[in-house]
Design a binder for this molecule. Structure first.
Ligand SMILES: Nc1ncnc2c1ncn2[C@@H]1O[C@H](COP(=O)(O)OP(=O)(O)O)[C@@H](O)[C@H]1O
Ligand SMILES: [Mg+2]
Length: 407
């Protein structure tokens, strides 16, 4: 299939796609190299096809997504990449799409920000499939990332991402709400999450923070814009790439993210779980994206004794431990510790509230609340005797991998 890679209304490149594997076999012409997905190199009139394929594959639902095998079996499709073509690769997180050559499709008529989309794929992903005929694939669910069961829905005219949790506790859903409250108290720009129930199961829900003018560029893509020297830390590399792109100094935004992740003991802030926003037409950088996906925290997959022990907490994206990562923070003066005083009680109250307590046992709620109290105390001590030192690559995270709940 020959198609044009589009960036909103702009024609970026013509390419040839294998419809069965979803692989980009050939890049035919490049019209707007600066609009190629960030990090796809363009040299001497040639775009890096391997890099474009990597970007395109990353756009599909990951094979590790909860429930995806059953969904593919139901649809009679072998891999999630072939789903991309059926929704023109459209997403609700950026403005890229593909237009078959010879078609006169217009952005105005196809984008999901302003046009309704089908719930069929979302139903299949949620195990509610009941449609044998007229199956409509046009949905941003074909291009959503992440391992947790999720779907986009239009609620009261707003595009909302509905996301489940893993295991028996489904703790990620409650964690998103708690992280929202903490970020609100600390004045950290964030995506607010609330809780909804469906069939007796909890789901977190948040609004789309991207709109028809803007798009999310994940940190992973930003890191691809320059070669990283081995002696440069992951943190420094990210900051350098942002500056070289003209996006500005991200130190203060990173301080906020690192402090949040320290408090909540986040274990999955990989390089696709934060990023920058830019204007999709002018490519102007708009700053650090509001913090999203903070659910894999508070010992979400651990037993109560492990939560209390606090010894095997994974840390990403910069350092392997939170105690090393917190050293990257330049400035703690913005933290109003007074506002954090009641956070442990707030957490315990929320996790033991009606309905939530059916998933989270009292001993777990207590362990989470008490460990957060300790983490905040240690954070206060760190902030009080803080002296900033230059970062080295020692203790860096070596690979960018998302948590896989199927393991
Ligand atoms: N509110 C949102 N608006 C736009 N895009 C979003 C929003 N929340 C998440 N995304 C995009 O969807 C992806 C998957 O969502 P995420 O919350 O990270 O799920 P998971 O917990 O399964 O990793 C993110 O990496 C991001 O690209
Ligand atoms: Mg994620």
């Amino acid at each position: 299939m020959k198609c044009t890679l589009m960036h909103k209304r702009l024609e970026v490149a013509d390419m040839e796609l294998d419809e069965i594997t979803g692989f980009i076999i050939k890049i035919l012409n490049v019209y707007q190299p600066e609009h190629l997905p960030l990090g796809v190199a363009y040299k001497k009139g040639i775009a890096d096809r391997a890099a474009l394929n990597e970007w395109w594959a990353d756009r599909s639902i990951p094979a590790s997504r909860s429930g995806v095998r059953d969904a593919l079996e139901y649809l009679g499709i072998s891999n999630t990449k072939s789903l991309l073509v059926r929704c023109f690769g459209l997403s609700l997180s950026d403005q890229y799409w593909i237009r078959p050559i010879g078609s006169d499709l217009l952005w105005e008529n196809v984008n999901f920000f302003e046009n309704d989309f089908s719930e069929d794929i979302g139903d299949v992903l949620f195990g509610h499939a009941n449609k044998a005929e007229d199956f409509d694939f046009s949905s941003p669910d074909n291009t959503s990332d992440g391992c947790l069961k999720k779907r986009w829905k239009i609620i009261d005219g707003k595009r909302c991402l509905i996301k489940g949790g893993s295991g028996l506790e489904k703790q990620q859903t409650f964690n998103e709400v708690i992280a929202t409250k903490i970020m609100h108290l600390l004045g950290i720009p964030h995506v607010p999450y609330s809780l909804i129930w469906d069939g007796g199961e909890p789901y977190s829900v948040c609004e789309d923070f991207v709109d028809p003018e803007t798009e999310l560029v994940p940190a992973w893509r930003i890191m691809q814009t320059q070669k990283k020297d081995n002696n440069v830390s992951v943190y420094r590399h990210f900051v350098n790439c942002c500056e070289a792109l003209g996006a500005g100094n991200m130190t203060s935004a990173l301080d906020k993210m690192i402090v949040l992740d320290y408090i909540i003991a986040n274990e999955d802030r990989h390089l696709n779980n934060f990023g920058l926003l830019r204007n999709a037409e002018t490519l102007e950088w708009l700053g650090f994206a509001p913090i999203y996906d903070s659910g894999s925290s508070f010992g979400y997959d651990k037993r109560v004794v492990q939560i209390r022990r606090q010894s095997d907490i994974v840390c990403k994206p910069f350092k392997k431990t939170h105690s090393d990562q917190i050293k990257l923070v330049s400035d703690f003066s913005w933290i109003d510790f007074e506002r954090l005083r009641d956070v442990p009680e707030m957490i315990y109250g929320y996790l033991t509230s009606e309905y939530v307590s059916e998933f989270i046992e009292d001993s777990r709620a207590l362990a989470i609340s008490e460990t957060v109290r300790k983490r905040i105390e240690v954070l206060r001590e760190i902030a009080n005797c803080h002296i900033k030192t230059e970062d080295t690559a020692e203790g860096d995270v070596e690979k960018n991998v998302a948590e896989d709940y199927t393991k």
